[in-house]
Design a protein around this ligand. Sequence first.
Ligand code: SAH
Ligand code: SF4
Length: 384
Amino acid sequence: MPAITPITQDVLTIPRALPKGPVNLVGLTRAQMRAALIAAGTPEKQAKMRLGQIWQWIYQKGVWDFNAMTNLGKAYRAVLAERFVIALPNVISRQISSDGTRKYLVRITGGHEVEVVYIPEEDRGTLCISSQVGCTLTCSFCHTGTQKLVRNLTAGEIIGQVILVRDDLGEWPDPGEGMGERPRLLSNIVLMGMGEPLYNFENVRDAMKIAMDPEGISLSRRRITLSTSGVVPGIARTAEEIGCMLAVSFHGTTDEVRSNLVPINRKWPIAALLDALRAYPKLSNSERITFEYVMLKGVNDSDEDAHRLVRLIRGIPAKINLIPFNAWPGAPYERPEWGRIKRFADIVYKAGYASPIRTPRGEDIMAACGQLKSATERARTTCR
Ligand code: SAH
Ligand code: SF4
């Protein structure tokens, strides 16, 4: 047999290479864009300044035509236009709920679709973005988890969702106006759409770095919340490499119940998850963790569950977000009566934790937590 030359090591040590052909600038990290600009002939000494200028055009001014980037020389703009593109995912449809919630269906390369939800509130506007098409995990109460098709979104597709919605909201400053001069319509980001963000770590991290960058979208890290189903090794990494706020989909107070609801609990059970969560606030310098708890009638909504929950999380600075189950066609669960949810919330509150009950938003357009699933996929399943 001929000898096989191992190439694995080489592949692993090559930094993520830029693809051939016009390169999309959206989603590149600072280091990647700097390298790309230098490769396109930008003198090294100027690269940092050019990068800052281009970032501001893309992320702060919503200008995606190189020709309109007026602080760059004409010849340089032509070089950029030849070598690069500024490409965003396509918005296929937009639905606006009676409560103002907007749901966008967005198509990415390859024809896949993800959903993005904008939730306006009195003091903030929250954008719920997706990190994957579908989800490889199969939480039994979640519509996304029933979707077969899965692929990771690129960093550009993740930050692209933010840019698209800012554009739809008309949230670009007028010429001459700075970024901080008007209250932000899109002031918060939650990674609570489709997908498990910690299973697409690098792309989520790179996109959130752009969201937090003062020359990028420029949102404080405290206005970004990443929600995980409990991918334990990714939690410390989130603290170290992103530093945003953390939410965890807890949902069960015994390993037996939690494993049925969130199957990843079989891999990282409650005790291991709590250890990782205990370390998070210090590592990330954030005040508290949000525990999400979907209320399922007769499954996890008893007084005993509430007491067990507060015992388990003792010592962790936390807020408990109670999410009344949002139904979807064929779902095997029901939402508990209001009185039951209220009683559960009271027990948690009396134990010293904020326990807001998340009011479902955009119910009329199926935009609530756990209902996201791409329309084509939905059509496919209902036709079977
Ligand atoms: N994959 C990540 C983030 C996306 S889900 C995670 O699981 O944390 C965002 C939140 O919605 C999670 O807490 C999830 O458990 C919850 N959720 C999923 N389906 C739901 C449903 N049908 N009703 C209410 N909440 C749901
Ligand atoms: Fe995936 Fe989160 Fe849905 Fe579970 S709840 S299937 S992790 S999107």
